[in-house]
Design a protein around this ligand. Structure first.
Ligand SMILES: *Cc1c(COP(=O)(O)O)cnc(C)c1O
Length: 359
């Protein structure tokens, strides 16, 4: 067809070869597929939030530097003053920005299985990408393999999600430090699940020139706002500021995030509830015949189902009104694996019940 010739003559081959990131339709289902915080806000907090939004000047462009919000983040997360912060429309946008700033010959490295966006965005931008398998038993970093890959490929950027998605574990801190020291390029510690982990690298920024720490408010409970941030040396962050769009954080997000973070005690309480429920779900999963759940420092749990039954079990759980994530198709260490987000107690109970019936 002429249209297809047109399309294939216009767009880059990397784009033509891609498939769009698909998000499952969750309407009518208990939604435990996307690591969202299941809790909303008390009415009085909602009212104060709406009161603040009332004065938001929608006719004006937002503050391009989101100064107030950056100040709040620096204060709240005790970001040392010698480091700079860049905000993104979700941390996904920050990954994209960072990769866009690399030369076309650059290569990107991350452990596998890992967060899909590292690979997806690298390939889309025509960069080469190497996924280095995690250890099969523990999902920890294969340090010798990582160090060999660093020497061989000399990656411009290494992404390490801490805790890792989709496995949920924290990699060995000693291995991470070895990797940062061995790397000739940047190392991004992606702390998307930091609220649930009680561990992180913000305090280590001063020790390494090539270290960046990236976070998001999505998993904390503000996924709808789309706000991520990355912290690092001013000379690195400055380069990213040059290529970001000037108004990438809209004024509703700036005001709402600042408001929400000023009520952080509320999120801390919700986070504690989620972590307590994580233990409940973990124990209930491991009590089931044929199910093996992996320890998690995040707000989700990866678990293995009996051989060759993951697709059928996933479908049966969905049939019963609960949406989780099927990772079986990714193969490798994720063969037979499903991932469930920790929700409210009654949602988790419905999930465990549905899983039990599907076995
Ligand atoms: C969810 C997730 C992100 C993306 O978060 P957004 O800020 O919502 O774009 C980044 N990294 C990891 C490891 C994640 O799981």
């Amino acid at each position: 067809m002429p249209e297809n010739n047109l399309v294939s003559s216009i767009f880059r081959k990397e784009v033509l070869a891609m498939s769009a990131y698909k998000v499952a339709d969750a309407s009518g289902l208990i939604k435990l597929d996307a690591m969202e915080n299941p809790y909303s806000w008390p009415e009085d907090i909602k009212r104060s939030w709406l009161e603040m939004l009332k004065d938001c000047p929608l006719n004006r462009y937002p503050d391009p530097e989101a100064k107030q919000l950056v100040a709040t983040l620096k204060h709240l997360y005790r970001i040392p003053s010698q480091f700079e912060v860049l905000l993104g429309n979700g941390s996904d946008e920050i990954i994209q920005l960072l990769l866009m700033a690399l030369p076309s010959s650059a290569c990107v490295l991350a452990p596998d299985p890992g967060f899909v966006m590292y690979k997806q965005l690298s390939l889309c931008l025509g960069l080469s990408y190497h996924g280095i398998p995690l250890l099969a038993d523990s999902f920890d970093l294969d340090l010798p393999a990582m160090l060999a890959a660093i020497e061989k490929h000399r990656p411009s950027v290494i992404f390490l999600a801490y805790p890792n998605n989709p496995t949920g574990n924290l990699f060995s801190e000693a291995s991470i430090r070895e990797i940062i020291k061995a790397a000739n390029g940047l190392v991004v510690i992606d702390e998307a699940y930091e609220p649930f982990a009680d561990a992180g690298f913000i305090d280590s920024l001063g020790q390494y020139d090539n270290l960046l720490v990236m976070r998001t408010v999505s998993k904390l409970g503000l996924a709808g706002l789309r706000l991520g941030y990355i912290v690092g040396s001013p000379n690195i962050i400055e380069q990213l500021h040059k290529i970001r769009l000037p108004y990438n954080i809209n004024c509703l997000t700036q005001i709402s995030a600042d408001f929400a973070l000023s009520n952080k005690a509320l999120f801390d309480q919700q986070t504690q509830n989620i972590c307590a429920e994580r233990t409940v779900v973990f124990n209930r999963l491991n009590a089931l015949d044929g199910i093996a759940a992996y320890p998690s420092a995040a707000n989700f749990i990866l678990f293995k189902t009996p051989e060759n039954r993951a697709n059928e079990i996933f479908a049966c759980i969905k049939q019963q009104g609960v949406l989780i994530k099927n990772l079986n198709a990714q193969g490798g260490l994720l063969a037979d694996c499903l991932r469930v987000t920790v929700g409210k107690p009654e949602e988790n109970a419905a999930f465990v019940d549905a899983l039990t019936k599907s076995l």
